[in-house]
Write a new protein. Structure first.
Length: 319
């Protein structure tokens, strides 16, 4: 499993002398926390993550940079050096996490898993508006619902208001070398084909730069989704009669919210599962399989989620 045998190196930089005013036009479009807040920045050494570190510092945050060395490329130690040099100029502490990636298929997913194991749970990432557009298109191709089409949340991704070319420009203005990961050009990965093939084609078809259009659509979708989430907080998801009187979108949101809270799963049931759950709500069926062995049942108008706890132990009913 990625992350096993992780080791950590700490290096503290010098005095921060970067004047915040040089970043003013970019900071106006960023969503960093208030001045003085402590933030952990995931810094790979690419232009986006280096810009994240610089802008967080310019925004007045107390920054600690976290670099994950997967040891997968011969240049990995050079990547560490790139981060160290930039962080030293800003007076930022760097924590280097050295992880071991286990064997198996889907190297990209295993590396991502190992990375998230060692990074702080509230780490910030340097994804830009371009990354947001790519994410939304990737989610659309997967058949994602409202949450997926909302894209990445700005609280963990403060650079969503700026463009990739601007992060590269910022690094050039600072005289920084940046890491260029060749895997970002590998057509075996769907995201890269979206970046290099789909988005340019959409630009051509639309006769305009579509990244701001897609990013704006994702913001609108997030606003609508967040409104439904707030409204669903007042709904009792175990009351089948009450759920049946609601608009389907609100009822489904309440069921998904209940599911995430009860199962501690970061993923909501998909559209097909929600359809089965709504059939139970409406009385068309008395129970259904939801996901991962979990079942939804209805008894005397009360809904219950039944957890899979093993055949020898029976089932645990959670309301």
């Amino acid at each position: 499993m990625g992350g096993t045998g992780t080791s950590i190196d700490r290096v503290t930089g010098g005095v921060n002398s970067t004047p915040p005013e040089r970043f003013a036009s970019l900071l106006e479009r960023c969503t960093f926390p208030e001045v003085g807040c402590e933030v952990a920045c995931a810094v790979s050494g690419g232009a986006d993550s280096l810009a994240l570190m610089a802008l967080a510092s310019a925004a007045g945050c107390v920054v600690v940079a976290h670099h994950v060395n997967h040891g997968l490329r011969p240049e990995a130690e050079e990547d560490v050096a790139v981060v160290m040099i930039a962080a030293h100029e800003l007076g930022i502490e760097v924590i280097v996490h050295r992880v071991t990636i286990g064997t198996g298929s889907n190297l990209e997913a295993r590396a991502r898993s190992a990375r998230h194991e060692v990074l702080p749970h509230d780490a910030l990432f340097g994804h830009t508006a371009d990354d947001q557009a790519e994410t939304v298109l990737a989610q659309l191709l997967r058949g994602a619902g409202p949450t997926g089409l909302s894209g990445m949340a700005p609280n963990r991704h403060p650079l969503l208001g700026i463009r990739r070319r601007e992060t590269h420009g910022l690094c050039r203005s600072l005289g920084w070398s940046v890491v260029n990961d060749p895997s970002n050009d590998d057509p075996r990965f769907r995201r890269n084909r979206i970046r290099h093939e789909v988005l340019p084609l959409l630009d051509d078809v639309a006769g305009r730069d579509v990244v701001p259009v897609i990013a704006r659509a994702s913001r609108h979708q997030r606003q609508a989704s967040e409104l439904l989430e707030r409204m669903s907080a007042a709904v009792d998801p175990t009351d089948a009669l009450a759920l049946a009187t609601l608009d389907v979108a609100l009822a489904v949101t309440a069921l998904r919210r209940w599911w995430r809270t009860t199962t501690n799963s970061p993923y909501a049931p998909d559209d097909a599962a929600c359809g089965r759950m709504m059939a139970v709500v409406s009385g068309q069926s008395v129970g259904c399989d939801v996901h991962d062995g979990w079942r939804l049942v209805r008894h005397h108008q009360v809904l219950s989620l039944i957890a899979p706890v093993g055949p020898s132990k029976g089932s645990e009913v959670l309301r």
